[in-house]
Design a binder for this molecule. Structure first.
Ligand SMILES: [Zn+2]
Length: 245
């Protein structure tokens, strides 16, 4: 999971959301049905969420699968009044949304969410990513519940992150080499490929650690050079984990 920047919606869409929200109290079928009946709104919101998501429309929770639907962070079953609240909408894959999270919404004793919202929290404050194994380790209760509710410890995700780490190191070494040889067009293509690949959390973690004292020892000097190139002005990217720095 990487932090994502929520963009403001166009005024006309905000107005439509407000108008829908106002209909909630008297809508006979309840919030879930009004949401289901709001196809145009859902379609328009989806476009804005896809633009915020990492990579090629990746799920904001697992970062692996393609996102397919709008998830209500605070589920409609728990907070029907937030069904049309833009701040409560995230982009999720079918697995994370329907198989894992469903209507679950753990809270602490004060009623605060024990789930990470990537548009409001810095996931790295709550989760450690072990790059070599691809496993997440909780740093806080919120981190622990996030792993449990979204199943971020599913073996397929851990293997995927471990493989993404191998791929990132190799591509970053390539990038450092290409930049050194002034092959800028190819270097830009590698930069873009890095920025849009699934498991953006792996590259995000590497970027976070690139200035750590032992970074060259752990990643290799060429990989660190690739990370620096990635963050340099020539290859600044607008997408994914690079944008989020
Ligand atoms: Zn997912």
């Amino acid at each position: 999971m990487i932090p994502l920047q929520r963009q403001p919606l166009p005024e006309e869409l905000t107005a439509r959301l407000l108008a829908r929200g106002e209909r909630l109290p008297e809508y006979r079928g309840g919030a879930r049905e009004l949401w289901r009946d709001s196809r145009t709104i859902r379609r328009d919101l989806s476009g804005h969420l896809v633009a915020m998501a990492a990579g090629l429309s990746r799920c904001m929770y697992c970062g692996d699968s393609e996102g397919t639907s709008i998830d209500h962070f605070q589920p409609i079953a728990v907070a029907p009044h937030r069904a049309f609240d833009w701040l409560n909408h995230l982009w999720a894959c079918a697995y994370c949304n329907s198989n894992q999270k469903r209507d679950l919404y753990p809270v602490d004793r004060q009623g605060r969410a024990l789930l990470l919202d990537p548009t409001a929290d810095e996931p790295a404050d709550h989760l450690d990513l072990v790059l070599v194994t691809g496993a997440y380790r909780p740093r806080t209760a919120k981190g622990r519940e996030t792993i449990r509710i979204f199943g971020l410890d599913r073996p397929v995700l851990e293997r995927g992150r471990a493989q993404a780490y191998v791929r990132c190191r190799s591509m970053l070494r390539d990038l450092a080499h290409l930049a050194e040889q002034r092959e800028y067009a190819e270097a830009a293509a590698v930069t873009h490929a890095l920025a849009v690949q699934p498991f953006a959390d792996v590259l995000y973690e590497m970027l976070r650690l690139r200035t750590a004292p032992r970074a060259a020892l752990v990643f290799g000097a060429e990989t660190v050079a690739g990370l620096e190139t990635l963050m340099g002005p020539r290859f600044a990217s607008k997408r994914g984990p690079i944008r989020s720095r």
